[in-house]
Design a binder for this molecule. Structure first.
Ligand code: FAD
Length: 353
């Protein structure tokens, strides 16, 4: 591994020029870096895996990644998702970003409760209740709207380029602890832990609420890649379009504590069958083998939900942002926005007495 020691030119470096060190270069670390750099902060990202890498534990390489309003979350978390939505809409104006706005058909198995995804109707574009006859009659009801979807195969390299263009630095390095980073960056005072599943094993974090949650999706090559289908209920199923990669992602499954890199053919077949039931015009019951590939990734999940907080260790402030499970893209830029505010709060407290 590289030697990443940053000998300070002087310990008297003005606070605002001391780099914010981000551990982790998934969507959370990179979105935070992007938003911090836009505010003029200096940023260094330290990570074992970087945008473009394809290790199965690097969740951000494998996500669907649709913006869908999560059910069962607090009003504050809804707002964080709404901020992400706003920023993704803006990014969708640049095709290089890998973000596109697509039509959605969301079919509900049961009447939606107040804690359901219904809150999203004030955020998404063109929301309407679908009329009976417009959706399969085995569902209680259905919604039509538009949402941003992110193609991670394009978005992560795009973000890397943007971050470097704004002066951000990527360093490939596997850290054993946050303490190790304090030693390597003695001039820094703010450290962001965006290490996803890494927080389970970092020596001075060892968060035992973190767990691996395996996903396995089918990628189907097709020109019919402009509408997202989402089955809301027991038979959790999605068809997420990737217009810029000419295909759709069929899912999904969640397998706790399973790290297998091997394709499970039964899961793949089941996902194709479920997607076919949802949108037979797009997904044939037996798609040609040459049009199919498989996506396997490990979600960095956390019992009790994600962590977003600030703690003080000696002179250093640690901002933790990890454990986003199946929603890291939907939360990403909203979380980055919060991290910017937390960094600014720390800056203010250290600069002005
Ligand atoms: C199949 C699948 C489908 C998904 N679909 C969606 C979707 O539709 N919508 C959505 O919002 N989300 C979706 N997700 C979830 C989303 O991918 C994750 O929530 C998100 O990518 C988590 O990002 P992260 O930056 O926290 O973690 P990661 O992307 O896992 O990044 C962690 C980073 O930390 C680094 N790191 C960890 N430990 C160390 C260490 N000790 N030293 C150095 N570096 C370290 C890693 O190298 C990496 O750079 C999906 C995930 C999967 C697997």
């Amino acid at each position: 591994m590289d030697d990443i020691s940053h000998e300070p030119a002087t310990m008297q470096l003005p606070f605002a020029q001391r780099p914010i060190v981000i551990l982790g270069a998934g969507i959370i670390g990179c979105a935070a870096a992007h938003q911090l750099l836009q505010q003029g902060f200096s940023v260094v990202l330290v990570a074992e895996f970087l945008p473009g890498d394809q290790d199965i534990t690097y969740a951000s390489a494998w996500a669907g990644a649709a913006w869908h309003p999560a059910g069962g979350i607090s009003p504050d978390q809804r707002y964080i998702q709404a901020i992400t939505h706003r920023i993704l809409l803006k990014m969708a104006q640049d095709p290089e970003s890998g973000v596109s706005v697509v039509d959605v058909r969301e079919y509900l198995e049961q009447k939606p409760g107040p804690d359901s995804a219904i809150w999203g109707k004030t955020v998404v574009q063109k929301f309407r209740e679908m009329r009976q006859g417009e959706y399969p009659d085995n569902f209680h009801s259905a919604w039509a709207y538009q949402t941003p979807v992110t193609d991670p195969t394009l978005h992560m390299p795009y973000l890397k380029k943007k971050i470097i263009g704004m002066g951000g630095i990527f360093i490939r390095y596997q850290a054993q602890s946050l303490q190790e980073l304090f030693g390597k960056f003695p001039e820094s005072r703010i450290f962001i832990n965006a290490s996803g599943l890494g927080s389970k094993t970092l020596e001075d974090v060892k968060d035992d609420q973190c767990f691996a949650e395996r996903g396995q999706n089918v990628f189907l090559r097709t020109d019919q890649c402009h509408t997202m289908y989402f089955r809301n209920g027991q038979e959790y199923t999605y068809i997420i379009p990737r217009p810029l990669s000419k295909g759709v992602v069929l899912g999904g499954v969640k397998q706790a504590d399973n790290l297998s890199p091997d394709v499970d053919p039964y899961i793949a077949q089941d996902e194709i069958a479920r997607a076919h039931r949802l949108a037979p015009d797009i997904v044939p019951s037996q798609p040609p083998v040459e049009d199919i590939s498989h996506i396997i990734g490990i979600r960095s999940s956390r019992r009790g939900g994600y962590r977003l907080d600030s703690e003080q260790r000696g002179e250093n402030t640690i901002l933790s942002a990890y454990g986003f499970g199946g929603g890291g893209y939907a939360f990403s830029y909203g979380i980055a926005d919060r991290l910017v505010k937390m960094v600014e709060k720390t800056e203010r407290e250290k600069l002005i007495n």
